[in-house]
Design a protein around this ligand. Sequence first.
Ligand SMILES: Nc1ncnc2c1ncn2[C@@H]1O[C@H](COP(=O)(O)OP(=O)(O)OP(=O)(O)O)[C@@H](O)[C@H]1O
Ligand SMILES: [Mg+2]
Length: 250
Amino acid sequence: MTAVSVHDVWKSYDGRPVLERLNIEVEEGAFCAIVGASGCGKSTFLRLLLAQELPSRGEIRIADADPATEPQADRGIVFQRYSVFPHLTVRDNLIFAAEIAASRTLGRTWGRTRRNLRDEAEATLERVGLGHAAKLCPSALSGGMQQRLAIAQALTKKPKVLLLDEPFGALDPGTRATMHEFLLELWRETAMTIFMVTHDIKEAFKLATRILAFDKVRDDPTDPGAYGATITYDLPLDDKTEKDAFNGPN
Ligand SMILES: Nc1ncnc2c1ncn2[C@@H]1O[C@H](COP(=O)(O)OP(=O)(O)OP(=O)(O)O)[C@@H](O)[C@H]1O
Ligand SMILES: [Mg+2]
C-alpha cells in the first residue's frame, strides 16, 4: 500500500524556489534515506511531509488522506539535537508530549486519561531502553540517551510516518552504531514508514531500503537561487546483495 504520495511539489520562499517538481510514491514500511548537499532543501522536505509547512504547489498525501494543512498525529519528527524541558524529568518530558498530543483531541487531560498517559509513557521508556532513567533530568543523559528520548517522544503519537533529520549526526561512532540497531528493531516492530536525512552515505546504505538524492538539475551561475533542487536519484536497495556489497563483510 502507498504510505506517502508526493505529487508535483514545489516550495518557494519569497518567490525563490528551494524545491521543484518532486514526485514520489513511497510504500508503507519503506525506509527512505535522504541525501544531498547542505542547503538543498532536505529539512524543508521533511517539514512539508510533517505538514508544518505547505507546498507552494502540488500535494502530499499520507495514506490516501486529503493533504494536511497542519502537523498531524500520524507523523512524528526527530531533529539532530533534541531540545527538552530541562526542569522536567525524562518521564515528565514524555508525559508532557503525550498530553499535548492527547489534548488536541480530548481537551484537557485528567483522571484516567492522565493515568493511561503515564502508563504509556512508562512502557515507551522501557521500549527505548530508558526505563532506568525515568527520574533523571535531561542534562544527566548522554547524547545517545537524549536521542532515544527524542524518538520516544515522537513515538507517543504512534505515528505511521517517522521523520528523522540527521538524528545521529551529533553522536560518536560507537553510540551511532548502537542507535542504528535500535532504530532498525523499532522499524521492524512497528512497520512505520521512515524518512531519514543523513550526510553519511554509509549510514544511508546500511539502514535504508531506498535512497533519495536531492540536487539541482538546472543551474544559473549568475543567479544561484534561480532554481530549486529535485530528486535526482531514487535508488531502491531491496537487493540485499547490493547493500552487503557496499557495507562489506559483517
Ligand atoms: N523559512 C524559510 N524562509 C526562507 N528561506 C528558507 C526557510 N527555510 C529554509 N529556507 C532556505 O531553503 C534552503 C534549504 O534549506 P534546508 O534547511 O531545507 O536545507 P538542508 O538541505 O536541510 O540543509 P542542511 O544539510 O544544511 O541541513 C536554504 O537556502 C534555506 O536558507
Ligand atoms: Mg537540514
